[in-house]
Design a protein around this ligand. Structure first.
Ligand SMILES: [Zn+2]
Length: 386
């Protein structure tokens, strides 16, 4: 997640704080300091830090429940609205998503009930209303905050927990895409309402509403992408036999190929170590404005960190593109021989075709039919000679 800092790792999951969360702490600290002096400011910061700990525990509720279903979580990022965990993949079954979504708010409920039980008779229900009164005991204020956290997270504003619960319930009857679209639409409507309330009350709500609105839109889009690509393989969308280049070839040589062929993406080969990197058209054009023509490709190429196999699901490439800045990935066959490249543009093209014609038969045998003869590497090298 951009604009965030890591503060440590627990059970294999990195905990990150988004810059907006730190800004939120700062704004609260300064506001309380100006109103009530340094003591109250420190009390407010201590209170928020404890709440922050509860939010981390809330996220670990989700993370540990996801782990029950074999899903790992790379990191969790804290925003003023709460935490967002980057779980490896969405649970397959709706009941799994339901349990994962509920596990977070249940942690807040457990903290709330735990504090109430610890306080015993000294607790009065009216105490819960004095959330902002620093005269009230810290424990009671933490209990109230956990109750609010639970209720707020359970609002059906997708992609908040309540919205995920809603989607999981809808997905028990509808397709996942339809369920996501409905949940995201309701989420965006809720976001508009929360934002509207923000204009008359707490301006923080406007920020939260904007976050929900954008996140709901992008999740809905991602769900659509995954649905369209579900039954496609890497082979269906990959570019076969792209131009081969060598690490010591220059930017000029690559631009010459770009101009004289229909190739947009290139694979960089090395004599000893076959596929070492990729260069896309955009990267090449970017390099052209920053480097001189004689610069070797080895200094501007993207290292081949991910290797895909042609019979793997296209979703795998989509997931890698979502989580990295890679522009093109290398594709091999089962014998570990180089087959081609898959790029963001190639996937977008396959998605456009599949959207226009959902039952389009991708020619899985087109590589055997001889329509696209592989480009001979020596011919390519020869064309580079002056
Ligand atoms: Zn949650």
């Amino acid at each position: 997640m951009r604009w965030s800092v890591s503060i440590g790792t627990i059970a294999g999951t990195a905990i990150r704080i988004h810059v907006t969360f730190l800004l939120f702490l700062l704004i609260i600290g300064i506001a309380v300091f100006r109103q009530n002096g340094p003591e109250a400011a420190w009390d407010a910061i201590a209170f928020i830090t404890l709440i922050f700990t509860c939010i981390v525990l809330h996220e670990f509720g989700h993370i540990l429940m996801a782990r029950v279903f074999g899903i790992k979580t790379r990191d969790v990022t804290l925003f003023p609205i709460g935490g967002v965990a980057t779980i490896e993949r969405m649970p397959e079954k709706p009941y799994q998503e339901l349990l994962v979504a509920l596990a977070g708010p249940l942690v807040n409920l457990a903290i709330f009930v735990g504090i109430l039980m610890a306080l015993g008779d000294s607790f009065k229900i009216s105490d819960l209303e004095s959330l902002n009164d620093s005269g009230t005991g810290l424990a009671i204020r933490i209990a109230s905050a956990n109750l609010i956290l639970m209720l707020f997270n359970l609002l059906p504003a997708f992609p908040m927990d309540g919205g995920r619960v809603l989607r999981a319930l809808l997905a028990m009857w509808l397709t996942k895409t339809k369920a996501t679209q409905i949940a995201a639409t309701i989420g965006q409507a809720m976001a508009l309402m929360i934002g509207f309330m923000g204009f008359f009350g707490n301006p923080m709500l406007i920020l939260i509403a904007a976050f929900i609105f954008i996140a709901a839109g992008s999740e809905s889009e991602a769900a659509l992408f995954h649905d369209v690509t579900r039954d496609l393989t890497i082979r269906d969308a990959m570019v076969q036999s792209p131009a081969h280049l060598l690490p010591h070839d220059t930017i000029k040589a690559a631009i010459d190929i770009l101009l004289s062929s229909t190739d947009d993406d290139f694979a960089v080969f090395d004599e000893g170590n076959p596929m070492i990197g990729t260069i896309t058209r955009d990267a090449l054009l970017l390099a052209l404005s920053a480097h001189d023509d004689g610069t070797p490709l080895s200094s501007i190429m993207k290292k081949a960190d991910h290797i895909l196999y042609d019979d793997e699901p296209l979703e795998k490439a989509l997931t890698i593109f979502e989580r990295s800045d890679a522009q093109a990935l290398i594709v091999k066959d089962k014998k570990d021989e180089f087959l081609g490249l898959i790029s963001r543009a190639a996937i977008a093209q396959a998605i456009l075709i599949k959207t226009a014609r959902p039952n389009w038969a991708f020619h899985r045998d087109r590589f055997l039919s001889g329509h696209l003869p592989p480009i001979n590497r020596d011919q390519r090298a020869a064309s580079l000679l002056p």
